[in-house]
Structure formats: C-alpha cells, structure tokens
Ligand binder design. Structure first.
Ligand code: SF4
Length: 424
C-alpha cells in the first residue's frame, strides 16, 4: 500500500475530528461538564495551597536543569536503581523498548497495567496482546477505553467522552450481569470485582511514573484509585516504563514536581502518592536481606528515549519535555473543548502535537494538528511551567513549510486571507 500524502492525511483528519468530535453531541456534553468541574476544583486547590504557584516557578527551573542534563541524570538514576537491587535498561526507540519487554515477559502471561501515556506512546498493550499475553488496564477510565476498543481521550480522564449509560452497557456485556444505567457506584463496584483477582494472579505489573529522582532512583506515582499500588505491589515482577524526561536530580526536586503536578491536575491532595525505589525486601530473619517479601521480587525499569534527546537539542521544542502532564492546558483549549481527544494522535492538544511529531507519528502526520491549534495562548497562561506551546507550534509550521508538508487546503486558505488583506 502506498504511503498517504499530507493532503490525504489532512482530509481524513478533518473528517474524523468533525464527525466524531465536533458533531458528536455526547462528547460535547461530557466535556462541558468535565471542564467546568476541573476549572473549579483546580482554583480551589490553588486557593487552599497558594505556595503551589511559587513552587511552580521553582519546578520550571528544576525541569530546565534536568532536560539540559537528561542523559547524565538517567545514568545516575540507573546506578541508583541497580544499587537498590533493580534492573535498569535504556531503550533508544519503540522497537528497542518492546524487545526488552518481550525478553522479560515472553508469551502466555497475565499482565496488569496502570495508566501510562508512555506505554500508550509505544502501543505496549497491543504489542503484548499480539505476543499472546492477556493484558488488563486497571485505571477505571483506561479499562472502559480498553472495553470500548478506543484510545484515551484525555491525559487524566481517558474515558472523558463516555457517558454512564454507555459504561453500564459495556460492563453488562462483559459480566453478563444487569447493571443500573444511572448508578455510577454500582459500575465502579463491577470493575472492582472484575479486576480484584487479576492483580494477584498476574505474572507482571506494568506502570509508568510521574517523576523519578536520579540520586535515589525513586519513582513517584500519583493516583487516586489505588490501582497503581496494587499493580506495583501484588504481582511478583514489576516493570516500569519511564520517559527520559521524567528524571530530576534529587528526591526533594521530585517531591516539588509531584506536588505542583497534582495541584494543577485539580487535586488538593491525591488519595495516594506511591514512591518505589526497588523490589520488596526484608531482613527480618537474621538480618539476611531477602527479596520479594510481600511485594515484587524483581523490579525492571526501562528508560525510553524515542525522540526525546532530539527534542532536547532544539532550543524551542525542548520546552515540550518540561510538561508535567497535569492536563490543565487541555481543559483550557478552545479546540479540545469541542473535539476531545480527536485533536491528536497518541498525545493530545497543542503540546501533544509536538510530542506526536517527535515520538509517535512523525512530522507529516502531525501537520493537520499543527494547523488545528489556534495559537491563542490560553494553554501557556494556565500551564504551571508557562510552556510556550504556541511558539512551538509556530516553529513546527515553519519546519513543515520547509519540508513541503503544508496541506493544500491550508495553503489555499492562507492565499485567500492574503488576498483579502490586500484588498482592504
Ligand atoms: S503543557 Fe503545561 S498545562 Fe499542559 S499538561 Fe503540560 S504541564 Fe500541564
């Protein structure tokens, strides 16, 4: 099959974003409610803990330093992880990462997974399933998305576009039991029941991390549901997939980074903050250290590059690596408000366009998204680190122009505007 040109990609994208996103009344209603609630909650969280805003400036400096020294910090984190009796790997790209997973997991295994955008970036679940493994997403939204056969529609709330009636219908189909279509707690309980024994019967638990400290090799995972602690605690082997940009120099830096992340992600305090530095161990019998006391016996940590070192070399695109994935910008974006996750490929929104260009689909496939962004700047204003997404999108447009990858309808539109301007 011949490769699609940029005009075909653009036309398909416009059709999808309009039909499935903008013209879908259910998506618009669900998003409208979620956006209003998010903005209110975030303001309340920042009002209650006003130091967060000042700390965000400090975290910006931490991230600037960390990205400048990313490779060196990853090496340092690896040393610490190995000192803590874990195994550390560095994967240059998606294929290398998947091969490492294959070597550790093999086939015919049961795997539980907690929410990870980095896993989504390399299509990890699909790959492991193709290799003959059974994989369960355990974040509630991700589980719904998995049942739907869809992809996540928001960084924090993957099933933001799915109304309760649809969730009940999916669960009824899965369990064969009747579920009240209005009763959300009943739906949550049904998922709890489905997944409960999966954690304890799984051979592997796979997780991501919000941040990792280079000095101690400690991964921080913010969560509310409690699934990440079961994923990282119950199976005998834990595998963490972590983007290289998540590393910061010290444990204190990591604490500051996660606090700013959850506040801007609209939480005063998340229900759980997990910190994992190595496999489970005990020295309770004659002070002989034995691994796998109650938690995993083995910990494998895979650092993923996949375009990150390239991004870090560019003075403009580098800023995308500062992203904490708090999701605040998506709730502020006027385009996302009407299109949901159809505005993006693996990553979403304006910042997601830059991520997709470097890590998943490449520049050509990202062209339609670059021209979807209005460059209104509302994302920059709301971002804790003041990441200048409009500036990055402008650079991407210039680079696309140089590569001859501007879609024809965009060129025609630009010519029309120019003509009108001359006539005025
Ligand atoms: S760009 Fe800023 S607001 Fe958007 S997810 Fe990243 S850190 Fe949050």
């Amino acid at each position: 099959m011949s490769e699609k040109n940029v005009n075909e990609i653009y036309n398909e994208y416009v059709e999808r974003i309009v039909k499935e996103g903008a013209e879908n009344e259910t998506v618009r209603i669900a998003l409208g409610r979620a956006i209003a609630a998010f903005r209110k909650n975030r303001q309340q969280a920042l009002n209650k803990y006003p130091h967060t805003v000042v700390m965000a400036d400090e975290v910006r400096r931490i991230k600037e330093y960390s990205i400048e020294h990313m490779e060196e910090l990853v090496d340092k984190a690896c040393e610490a992880i190995e000192e803590n009796h874990g195994h550390c790997y560095k994967a240059k790209n998606k294929d290398e990462a998947l091969k490492i997973f294959d070597r550790i997991i093999g086939t015919g295994k049961t795997i539980v997974q907690s929410k990870s955008l980095t896993a989504e970036e390399i299509s990890l679940r699909h790959h492991l399933q193709e290799k003959g493994n059974e994989v369960f997403e355990t974040d509630l939204g991700e589980f719904i998305t998995q049942l739907l056969g869809n992809r996540p529609m928001h960084i924090l709330a993957p099933a933001i576009n799915v109304p309760r009636e649809k969730v009940a219908e999916l669960l009824e189909k899965y369990t064969g039991e009747k579920i009240d279509h209005r009763n959300i707690p009943e739906m949550v309980n049904a998922v709890r029941k489905i997944l409960r024994d999966k954690y304890f019967n799984a051979h592997f638990g796979i997780n991501g991390a919000n941040v990792i400290s280079a000095d101690t090799g400690s991964m921080f995972i913010i969560e509310n549901e409690g699934n990440a602690r079961l994923v990282t605690g119950a199976p005998p082997v834990e595998i963490a997939l972590i983007g290289m940009e998540k590393v910061v120099p010290t444990l204190q830096d990591a604490f500051k980074t996660v606090e700013v992340t959850w506040r801007y992600a609209n939480y005063k305090m998340p229900a759980y903050l997990n910190i994992i530095s190595g496999p489970s161990k005990t020295g309770d019998i004659e002070k002989v250290i034995t691994y796998g006391a109650h938690g995993p016996k083995e910990l494998h940590v895979i650092f993923l590059d996949n375009g990150r070192t390239e991004m870090a070399k560019d003075p403009v695109y580098r800023e995308a690596l500062y992203c904490l994935r708090c999701g605040a910008c998506l709730y502020e974006c006027p385009v996302y408000e009407i299109t949901a996750g159809y505005y993006g490929k693996k990553y979403l929104g304006g910042i997601g366009t830059i991520w997709d260009a470097f890590t998943t689909v490449g520049f050509k496939e990202s062209a339609p998204m670059a021209y979807t962004c209005l460059r209104c700047g509302r994302c920059k204003k709301t971002c804790p680190l003041k990441i200048d997404t409009p500036k990055m999108v402008s650079k991407l447009r210039n680079d696309l122009k140089k590569m001859g990858l501007v879609p024809e309808p965009i060129k025609m539109f630009a010519e029309e505007i120019l003509k009108l301007a001359k006539e005025l």
